[in-house]
Design a protein around this ligand. Structure first.
Ligand code: COI
Length: 356
């Protein structure tokens, strides 16, 4: 479906809030740029495209999305490269994934060209919000939710799609202590685990709270059937260095198809690291730890970036990984990704999209 971007109405803020932001010290997810893009779906099509000041929205209590979980989202980032140009990292992959999530949740897809144009306009208007310091980025949160005012359990006929943005630093600021979860489940086969659906995150809060009460930051999820195989961790995919190989579980309907995950695997293969996408049991992790072959473990995600795992707790015992400063593999990958994102090396994968 082609979109007609000329129909975006623009209402600018009277006074920008940008002066209130300390760009040298940006937490994740607390600062929001001046404007947002909004589109509404009704009578089988998207319309009423507008960029308006970031702010509250009025809803009726019976709005479907608030009751039965028809809400999906994406997370992506824009960077200012060393020449000052604003570059997005693989935005089309994110919008394609938004549409895959939409299909799984019985929601309408939205044309990728429309989303790209909307994002371009939005970033142009709020370009001063893209941080100039490296290690920071403009986080972009596209999301969609059901807006019918109706209490029957059925797919909504009306939806809203919003893109808002905000400068962010890394989601995790210290190496992570993660706990292998062998009771609760994030996703089961045939469920919604591979969709970026709000409910997947809501359902994780309680087990995560229990793990945090034991002193961990996040959960290392295992399969719902036997709690034997590693799936993903908290808000990110997870990878291990066992011996010289980079090992990660394959995605399927219980694991999110992470775009950072895919990028890390491609980059690792490109720099000559052996990459192994296969099921990994908790027992294998334990054995690798005991034999000194578990050399690195880290989470990967848009918000998380490359998040080192300091220790893995399993049934009351902690497996302590080598000090982060000694880990070569995740360091090389993290630096390799940064060099591409900030335009310090040629983008040999074609991942970066200029927003200027
Ligand atoms: C992201 O990495 O962008 C995510 O969507 C994780 C989010 C739950 C913070």
């Amino acid at each position: 479906m082609e979109s007609d971007i000329m129909n975006i109405k623009i209402e600018r803020v009277e006074n920008s809030r940008i002066q209130e932001v300390d760009f040298e010290n940006i937490p994740f997810g607390k600062e929001f740029a001046d404007h947002m893009f909004v589109a509404d779906y009704k009578d089988g099509k998207w319309g009423d495209f507008r960029i308006i000041p970031y702010g509250g929205m009025a809803f009726y209590p019976a709005m479907l999305g608030l009751h039965y979980g028809q809400t999906i989202f994406e997370g992506m980032k824009a960077y200012r490269n060393t020449s000052g140009e604003i570059m997005m990292f693989r935005p089309i992959d994110n919008f394609n994934r938004l549409n895959r999530s939409a299909e799984r949740m019985c929601m309408p897809t939205i044309p990728v060209d429309l989303m790209m144009e909307a994002l371009r306009e939005l970033i142009k208007i709020d370009e001063d919000w893209v941080p100039k310091n490296q290690d920071a980025a403009l986080y972009i949160r596209p999301f969609m939710f059901a807006t019918d005012e109706f209490l029957g359990v059925k797919p909504s006929e009306k939806y809203r799609c919003v893109i808002f943005t905000g400068p962010v630093g890394p989601y995790y600021t210290t190496p992570l202590k993660v706990m292998v979860e062998d009771h609760y489940t994030r996703a089961a086969k045939g469920g919604t685990g591979s969709a970026k659906a709000g409910g997947n995150y809501g359902g994780a809060l309680y087990p995560t709270k229990l793990a945090q009460q034991k002193g961990y930051h996040q959960i290392l999820w295992t399969d719902s059937f036997e709690h034997k195989y590693i799936e993903e961790s908290g808000t990110m995919n997870v990878m291990f260095q066992i011996g010289d190989a980079l090992v990660t579980p394959p995605t399927g309907d219980t694991i999110l198809q992470g775009i950072t995950r895919d990028s890390v695997l491609k980059l690792a293969a490109d720099i000559g690291i052996e990459v192994d996408e296969r099921r990994i049991s908790v027992d294998e992790i334990k054995q690798a730890y005991e034999s000194g072959q578990l050399k690195d473990a880290f989470g990967v995600g848009t918000a998380a970036t490359i998040a080192p795992i300091e220790l893995i707790g399993y049934q009351g015992e902690d497996m302590m990984l080598p000090p982060v400063s000694e880990r070569q593999l995740s360091k090389r990958i993290s630096e390799g990704l940064k060099e591409i994102r900030y335009g310090k090396v040629e983008d040999r994968f074609g991942w970066m999209v200029s927003m200027n």
